[in-house]
Design a protein around this ligand. Structure first.
Ligand SMILES: [Zn+2]
Length: 296
């Protein structure tokens, strides 16, 4: 299979998948449960999510491994299961989607910060190394170091993946929009421009933005990023708006139609991989796919 980057360079727009947590909760996952444990305890549900996204038209399907690093798994007492939980995550997605889709393994943040002294760089490196190797063994061909806000942690994860696997790398940060609407930064204060600079410097060739922002805010952010950098393809996975608490649980307001509406704008501003994050479903991905077909 050609790499993601070579497909983009050949002019393709790729469709990503949508939220996983959202669908696991729909399937009965309770607050406080370890999502990665579902790879062992409910493999059919996890495979079912991957199949649903593939059938909706995704070219890249993720793995249920967002919190699968040892440092994070420790809060569930599952740190010694890290290898198996990640291997199984990639195995389940690969088996579900076959050889024609990319298995874009999810590597999320540890929840601890090097700068604060919560975790050492060596410990973090080791944790990402172990996770990345297991994901590759399970069948992933690529990974997204995603929902990151800390440059130190992202750099550490990139190094761990690069030095120990052949996985193609996407790095995706999550930004907040300032109350005056003018600026974007991560919770650590990093701006999109600094994120782009720093990640280019360590040789990352696909950059992304995911989570936190609605589809409209994400489009404004992407405009800013594209004005600054036109040489790097972007991945964009917005949330389906801000979550609202209702009697039936958490609800996300943005519909598949709203996502479809923004696809041309994302494309115009350098997005070459378009999917969704929290609150998005296979219906959102189906709507994105049909818009992408109109462009390409
Ligand atoms: Zn999200």
């Amino acid at each position: 299979m050609d790499s993601i980057l070579s497909k983009i360079k050949a002019g393709k727009i790729l469709v990503g998948d949508g939220g996983w947590g959202t669908l696991l909760i729909k399937a009965g996952m309770q607050a406080g449960e370890c999502p990665e444990l579902w790879n062992i305890e409910h493999p059919d549900i996890v495979s079912g999510i991957a199949i649903a996204y593939k059938e909706a038209g995704a070219d890249l399907v993720s793995t249920n491994s967002f919190g699968g690093n040892r440092v994070k798994l420790k809060s569930y007492g599952l740190e010694n299961e890290a290898k198996e939980l990640n291997r199984k995550a990639a195995y389940l997605t690969r088996k579900a989607v076959g050889e024609k889709c990319h298995v874009l393994a999810s590597i999320g943040p540890s929840g601890k910060f090097i700068m604060m002294g919560d975790v050492s760089e060596d410990e973090l490196y080791e944790s990402f190394r172990e996770q990345a190797i297991a994901l590759e063994k399970g069948g992933a061909d690529s990974c997204t170091i995603e929902t990151m806000s800390d440059l130190d942690e992202a750099r550490c994860a990139v190094r761990a993946v690069k030095e120990n696997t052949k996985l193609e790398i996407v790095v995706s940060f999550t930004f907040m929009r300032s109350s005056d609407g003018e600026r974007f930064n991560t919770i650590m204060g990093t701006t999109p421009e600094v994120f782009i600079q720093e990640m280019k410097q360590i040789g990352v060739s696909i950059l992304g933005v995911n989570c936190t922002l609605s589809v409209e805010d994400m489009c404004v952010l992407l405009q800013k990023m594209y004005a600054y950098e036109k040489g790097v393809p972007f991945l964009v996975y917005p949330n389906a708006g801000q979550p609202q608490i209702t009697d039936e649980g958490i609800r996300y307001p943005e519909t598949p139609e709203m996502f479809a509406k923004y696809v041309p704008g994302f494309y115009k501003n350098g997005a070459r991989i378009i999917g969704g994050c929290c609150g998005t479903t296979p219906e959102h991905i189906r709507a994105i796919r049909s818009e992408v077909e109109k462009i390409s």
